[in-house]
Write a protein that binds this ligand. Structure first.
Ligand SMILES: [Fe+2]
Length: 304
């Protein structure tokens, strides 16, 4: 009898052991990636109950970090999509605001309701996200005959500051390329393009085994200018996701840019969204074929 029981126990232990090994193997098979990007907010995508809107927001999960990149263009639509995607904003490690435009910042108040102390990285630029302000020379000019009541700060200029619209938010300003957590970089570039002259934008680059995975908001400074700056970290760039701002560019410029993605920048994949534009999406499909990731609202892009 004892022998029978011990044989049964041995069989049970080996079944448990085998199923544990099987579970590990199948978990590995189901997890082909080191991380993922979930598109929370955009104006296109596969049919779903998510609200389309002009703007961009994505949840980036990599190396144990959860990063919210931009917050969409409307508070209500952003809130609705975050809730429908079951994203717990209280668990976000940090937020990146790529630039000051409303189509990337309008959901921030919802983030702050759920996670009031979360670190928010944004590009430094005068007057947008709460800029440290020490009175510049122009304000300090002494002019004879100027009555006291027309003098700035009663003629006693000291240190002052300009709040952001999110006065109590924990905003940290990015001046230049910064590794904010191991393997994750924020890169600041400034636009010299007509229409967004001097606008500063922050892009994110994540080190992966296959090269950098780059997330961009709107690429106002120019996607190739951004790639140039990012290539100072590493010339090996695996993929780009986000708004490439090719929507208003001439067809020839779009064709050349997309060709450069492949031939000059050696990108292996492209997950273009937001302000990339219809024409550019087709050009990307022609050049990248099945290496184009459709990245509409609700879509998940896996990173190596
Ligand atoms: Fe935008």
């Amino acid at each position: 009898m004892k022998k029978l029981i011990s044989l049964g126990l041995m069989a049970l232990i080996s079944i448990i052991g085998l199923s544990a090994i099987y579970r590990v193997a199948s978990a590995k098979e189901q997890e082909p990636s080191g991380g993922k990007v979930t598109i929370i907010y955009d104006a296109f995508g596969k049919p779903s109950d998510l609200e389309r809107g002009w703007g961009y927001s994505a949840l980036v999960e990599y190396g144990g970090k959860k990063i919210l990149f931009d917050t969409g263009g409307q508070y209500a639509a952003f809130k609705s999509n975050v809730d429908r995607l079951n994203i717990d904003l209280s668990k976000i490690d940090f937020v990146v605001l790529s630039h000051r435009h409303g189509d990337h910042t309008s959901g921030l108040n919802y983030v702050l309701e759920k996670n009031p102390n979360v670190i928010i990285y944004a590009p430094i630029e005068t007057g947008s996200f709460g800029t440290p302000f020490s009175a510049p020379q122009a304000l300090q000019r002494k002019v004879e005959l100027l009555p006291n009541d027309l003098q700035y700060f009663d003629g006693k200029l000291g240190k002052a500051s300009v709040d952001s619209p999110w006065k109590n938010a924990n905003i940290k300003l990015i001046t230049d390329t910064t590794e904010v957590t191991p393997g994750i970089f924020l890169i600041r570039t400034v636009s010299d393009v007509k229409g967004t002259l001097e606008l500063a934008e922050v892009s994110m680059a994540i080190k992966t085994p296959k090269g950098l995975a780059v997330i961009v908001g709107c690429s106002h400074p120019g996607i190739e200018k951004i790639l140039g700056k990012i290539s100072e970290i590493s010339p090996n760039i695996y993929t780009i996701a986000g708004g490439l701002h090719l929507v208003d560019k001439p067809d020839d410029t779009v064709r050349q840019t997309v060709t450069n993605f492949k031939d000059k920048w050696k990108l292996q994949r492209v997950a273009a969204g937001h302000c990339t534009g219809h024409f550019a999406q087709v050009e990307i499909a022609k050049v990248f074929a099945d290496q184009q990731d459709h990245s509409g609202i609700g879509e998940v892009i896996f990173l190596p």
